[in-house]
Design a protein around this ligand. Structure first.
Ligand SMILES: O=C(O)C(=O)C[C@H](O)[C@H](O)COP(=O)(O)O
Length: 228
């Protein structure tokens, strides 16, 4: 889906709606599925758990079909593509129906391709220099990755001092146990994580367990208040 409107930096204009929806959800499940059928099962389980959001990673050949199937059958769900590391994947993901893109790092060609397509992208950052590169591209919402390894909540607090305008989506090592600590930080828009959609649960088709973990995450997020 090509937009004729000029590219907007993330956090403003028509893209704002999607990022605000991620902020309202507060938790972005990172999903790895092999095909459309698995994707549909996981999407239903997430929706049943009260979280109609999925970041389907481009780590499997079935990711594109899964995004297409979920957006077709669950039109109310906010579906994005993760692990977007190549500008060609931007086109593939957007054509499949992805409403947002997530990348583990910051690639100028990937960000530009997303901006040209008019789809918000949340690139990964791990350092102050990465954040400055993101700001140069007009991006103010970034994913801190791998959050647990690069310092967790303490790193976000430290980076928020010089970069007060930046909103973080920490991902990597987030779990039900540390969720309140991340979501309690005012600069955290949402967190990303795979713990609700553990690949063993997906492989076993244990959708009930995915729904349980999702509902638990939703309940924790509802109780976590910035600054609390
Ligand atoms: O490649 C990307 O774009 C990603 O989104 C990476 C994932 O977010 C993390 O691998 C999730 O980390 P865990 O929750 O610790 O499993």
């Amino acid at each position: 889906m090509k937009s004729s409107a000029p590219a907007e930096p993330s956090g403003s204009g028509p893209e704002r709606g999607v990022l605000e929806r991620l902020g309202a959800a507060r938790v972005v499940p990172v999903v790895v599925v092999d095909d459309a059928e698995q994707g549909l099962g996981v999407a239903r389980a997430l929706d049943d758990g009260g979280l109609p959001v999925a970041e389907v990673t481009f780590r499997t050949s079935g990711a594109r079909a899964a995004i297409e199937a979920i957006t077709d059958r669950h039109p109310g769900m906010l579906v994005g593509a993760g692990t977007v590391v190549d500008p060609r994947q931007v086109e593939e993901a957007v054509t499949a129906g992805a409403a947002f893109l997530v990348s583990p790092g910051l690639s100028v060609p990937v960000v530009r391709a997303a901006q040209d397509a008019g789809v918000p992208i949340v690139p990964g950052v791990a350092t102050a220099s990465d954040i400055m590169a993101a700001l140069d591209l007009g991006i103010t919402t970034v994913k801190l990755f791998p959050a647990g390894v690069v310092g967790g909540p303490a790193a976000i607090k430290a980076l928020s001092a010089p970069f007060g305008q930046v909103r973080f989506v920490p991902t990597g090592g987030v779990s039900a146990a540390n969720l309140p600590e991340y979501l309690g930080l005012p600069s955290v828009l949402a967190v990303g994580g795979s713990w609700m959609v553990d690949k063993k649960l997906v492989a076993a088709g244990d959708l009930a367990a995915i729904t349980r973990r999702t509902a638990e995450a939703v309940a924790i997020a509802a109780g976590a208040r910035p600054g609390g």
